[in-house]
Each structure stands twice: as C-alpha cells, then as structure tokens.
Design a protein around this ligand. Structure first.
Ligand code: TA6
Length: 289
C-alpha cells in the first residue's frame, strides 16, 4: 500500500528511524512499526498510554523492540528444545507488509499485516511456505488477531503476543483471573498453582495454563486493563525486577516498576499444529476501565 491510498487517520511515518504507521482518530492514537508489525503505542482518547516502551529500546530493523507488543513466533523464548534462535522466533524482527488499512465512521482503525517465508532471514527448521496474517484494530479497545496458515507443509509452532503494559508501580499491581491456574515458575524452575491474585514482589516469569480473561488492577493510575483472549491456552506473566532489568542493555535499570507483561500465548505443551492448507487464529482484546 502507498501513502496515497491510506485512509484519513492513518499515515506512514518514520519514527526512531524506522518505517511505521501512525494512527490518529477520534477514538485513539497509536503507532505500529513495520519491523515485526510491532504495535508500539496505543492510547485511547483521554487515557494514559496503555503500552509501555523502554527509554533504552533499540530501534533497528531486524532487532527486537523493548516494549509494546512483540509478536513471538514460531517459537517462544529459545523454543521447546531450548536451542532455537533468535529468541522468541523470527516474526518480531522481520519486515511485515501492510496489506490493508481502513478507518470506520466511528474512528476505529484496522490495519492488516502479512509475513511469508520469503521475507524471513532466519527460518531455522520452520517450513518456508507459511503465511502469517496480523490484524490490528485500534479504537476505544485494541484488538489483535494473529492467524497462521500452512502451505503444503504442516506447521508446529509456539506463538505469543508479548504485551508490555504501562503501570503506575508494579509493586502495587494486582492481576486477577489466574486464581487456581497451574503454572510453570521459570524463576524457581518448578510447577505451582496460583492462589488468588498475582502480585509482584520479586522477578516473576510464569507460564500459566489458562484461557481466562485477566484484569490488571493498577492502584496508582487508578485504572484497570482487561485482556480477553480467544485461541490461547497460556498466559505469561513477567516482570524482570531489579537484577534482570540491570542485565538488559535495552531496559532501563529503574524501569521495571513502570511495566508488567501479561502475554497471550500458546507455548510448551500448548504449541499449535496446523495441517497443510489449514489455519489457526489467536486473538486478544485489550481495554481499560
Ligand atoms: O515472556 C517472558 C520472557 O520469556 C522472559 O523469560 C524474558 O526472556 C522475556 O520474555 C523477554 O525476552 P526477550 O528475548 O525479549 O529479552
């Protein structure tokens, strides 16, 4: 698509030296980088920004952006065998192509991006004839829909919408919706079951077995962020806390209090298999109240 066939409210921009799409409508503002089809900003009119972005993030084509909504695909972290690179797969560091952009009369902007094997440099052992399609609808809510379609070769993959949320103080945040869910505690290296709300008092990195809606209750900002999802069997909750933040060059040492990740995921035992010619969609709807 070129600039002259974008609808009013959507424009091509260069932000931090990267190609991006800026959304500015009556309902919200937003920003999506071509690199990784990376949703970097979404701010409903009259609200504080909902997504967090590190002040130390790198902005380089082919590199991961620290914040917003990285797309992890077709593996999560180092993959199920622990040997896959780049971390979290190639989707978040590949150039996606904008295939459609529409703005409704009410001001909802819908952008659709596509990625095929032709644009990927580090496919590893993943079939090259896949098609990934990512629909981003920005309005008073943020709707994300990631669809993977297999070509002649079946697909077996992990996926995540690795969303970084902006919070007033992670130490005062409560996450509802995971009570009773079993989880892999990647910090302690064991499995546990969640009792009550999730709170942060140390490095937290958990893969929950849950299809539930989550609510981040932000005491300091006086708001809640709701994450509803379809087609996702895992929810990952992450806050790097002090030491892990200091160890990441693209994460400010003191930024950990301003963010938490509640991620919409299919990973580990919930990895997805798609037969040739078939598709699978994972979707999330983010809203504030
Ligand atoms: O989703 C949590 C996690 O898997 C953590 O283990 C941590 O590695 C985080 O993702 C960030 O990964 P990245 O490759 O973006 O530094």
């Amino acid at each position: 698509m070129s600039e002259n066939n974008l609808p009013k409210g959507v424009s091509f921009v260069t932000e931090n030296g990267l190609e991006a799409l800026r959304v500015e409508t009556d309902l919200c503002t937003g920003l999506v980088y071509r690199n990784g089809a990376h949703v970097a900003e979404w701010t409903p009119r009259g609200a504080e920004p909902v997504l967090w972005m590190s002040g130390s993030s790198e902005f380089t084509d082919g590199k991961a952006i620290r914040g917003g909504i990285p797309i992890c695909l077709p593996w999560f972290g180092p993959g199920r065998d622990g040997n896959h690179s780049p971390a979290h797969g190639f989707a978040r560091i590949s150039p996606w192509t904008l295939t459609s952009a529409d703005v409704s009369d009410s001001g909802e902007a819908r952008l659709v991006f596509v990625l095929t094997g032709d644009e990927v440099e580090q496919l590893a052992d993943f079939p090259s004839d896949f098609t990934a399609s990512y629909a981003v609808t920005m309005g008073s809510a943020l709707q994300l829909s990631l669809t993977l379609t297999a070509g002649e070769q079946a697909l077996d993959f992990e996926e995540a919408l690795h969303t970084y949320f902006a919070v007033g103080d992670a130490r005062e945040v409560r996450i509802q919706g995971l009570d009773g869910a079993d989880y892999l505690d990647k910090v302690a290296g064991d499995r546990k079951s969640q009792s009550g709300d999730v709170t942060f008092s140390q490095e937290t990195d958990r893969v929950y077995e849950s299809v539930s809606t989550c609510r981040i209750i932000d005491k300091q900002l006086g708001r809640s962020i709701v994450i509803e999802k379809v087609g996702s069997a895992n929810t990952v909750v992450w806050n790097p806390w002090v030491a892990k933040s200091a160890a990441m060059a693209d994460f400010g040492d003191d930024e950990w209090t301003q963010m938490c990740c509640v991620e919409t995921v299919n990973a580990l035992g919930a990895a997805v298999e798609v037969e040739p010619g078939r598709s699978h969609t994972m979707a999330a709807t983010i809203s504030i109240d």
